[in-house]
Design a protein around this ligand. Structure first.
Ligand SMILES: [Zn+2]
Length: 393
């Protein structure tokens, strides 16, 4: 029976780091001939054509065009890279690939400048704006936090956007999230669109981006819903850079003219520790910015937290309040991490207080139960009467 190539179209797209949706038979991917984003590929059949330049290709000729190899060499290269035996059952020669060149992380000043220019080039979609408003952010909060919508290739040329950044004097080399495509042009990673949450460091500089993907756009891979949060990082990409783990600080800042940088203003010499950048931002906003919050990326990243707390001590920090989500209380892994955090805070000579004591379960006027999982949920309910809406899957 005729079975077609001994590899699948998705194998080839993976080799080329082309992002595609495995659940969709027909979809738009970049055209290796003209560079447009309108190459309609049928992933199942492994053939397609470009709606812009009209070039047609199957998985092998697509690979050839993308890599610049001849058609025969392309087929051999695919087999070799996928370890597919030839007709005699012999495995292809094993070659060791040189690692894709990675860039060293650019200094924070350079990253901050590029990331701010990047945000400036983007818009906040109505959908994302509505989401932020429904959680309790005011219009001014949304502007001040710099939230924007992560673009999709359907409505934005990533390469054009990079060209505009370079024209603005921004550096893209060594900035996590950016990389060079196979045509040696700067571009940035494709991610499921969502809200970009800038991660602010101790001197009010953008260290990196966390993307909170839109729930309706999250995709299912291997029967598992993709994670809610993505990082703007290009580890393993050609000329890419790995994002480094930091904490996010949501507080007021004041500019120090002598030192030429911003310094954090700590309210009551206290910071409240939570998880997730947007949660920390929202808590600060709901408390009219009379509170300082610090967000870790997962309760297990202790080293960045230690560095941040040590820095904040120089600005008068005395007490750390812990306010992780309440459902953590029933998770033994998290309990263990929390104990470690408590020990760390003590070791740094800081006072530690557990803030996780609000009424978690609530009932509305109709008697229906709802949960105030995070400190942000609790504050939004207390300050603005916002009840979390449970969406059933
Ligand atoms: Zn084309």
């Amino acid at each position: 029976m005729y079975k077609g190539y001994s590899w699948s179209c998705s194998d080839v797209l993976s080799l080329l780091s082309v992002r595609y949706n495995p659940d969709k038979e027909e979809q738009m991917i970049p055209c290796p001939f003209c560079g447009s984003k309108r190459f309609g590929m049928n992933i199942k059949k492994g053939t397609g054509h470009c709606f812009k330049c009209c070039a047609t290709a199957d998985s092998a000729s697509y690979y050839a065009a993308a890599t610049g190899l001849s058609l025969n060499d392309a087929r051999d290269d695919i087999k070799r890279r996928l370890n597919i035996p030839d007709k005699y059952g012999k495995l292809p020669e094993r070659k060791v690939f040189k690692e894709k060149k990675q860039e060293n992380l650019a200094p924070i000043e350079v990253r901050d400048k590029t990331y701010r220019a990047f945000l400036d080039e983007l818009i906040l979609s109505q959908k994302n704006y509505d989401h932020l408003k429904s959680r309790g952010f005011s219009d001014d909060d949304i502007v001040a936090k710099g939230y924007k919508t992560y673009p999709s290739v359907e409505n934005t040329s990533f390469e054009d956007l990079c060209r505009r950044l370079i024209a603005r004097g921004c550096t893209l080399s060594g900035i996590p999230g950016f990389y060079k495509n196979y045509q040696d042009e700067w571009t940035f990673i494709r991610l499921t669109p969502g809200i970009i949450i800038p991660q602010i460091g101790i001197h009010n500089q953008i260290e990196g981006f966390q993307i909170r993907k839109d729930d309706d756009l999250r995709r299912v891979f291997d029967e598992k819903l993709e994670s809610k949060i993505a990082w703007f990082s290009t580890k393993g990409y050609c000329h890419g850079a790995c994002s480094h783990t930091t904490v996010h600080i949501a507080t007021d800042f004041i500019y120090n003219k002598e030192k030429g940088h911003y310094e954090p203003v700590l309210h009551g010499d206290i910071v409240t520790l939570t998880e997730g950048g947007m949660k920390a931002d929202l808590c600060a906003c709901l408390l009219d910015n009379h509170a300082s919050l610090i967000a870790v990326q997962g309760v297990h990243s202790l080293n960045p937290l230690k560095d941040a707390l040590l820095s904040l001590k120089q600005y008068g920090l005395k007490t750390v309040n812990i306010a992780f989500d309440m459902d953590y209380l029933s998770n033994p892994n998290v309990q263990d991490a929390m104990e470690k955090v408590t020990v760390l805070i003590g070791e740094l000579g800081l006072k530690c207080e557990n803030l996780m004591n609000w009424e978690y379960k609530q009932r509305d006027e109709k008697g229906d139960e709802f949960f105030l999982k995070g400190l942000d949920d609790y504050l939004a309910f207390q300050q603005r009467g916002i009840k979390p809406v449970i969406v059933k899957e």
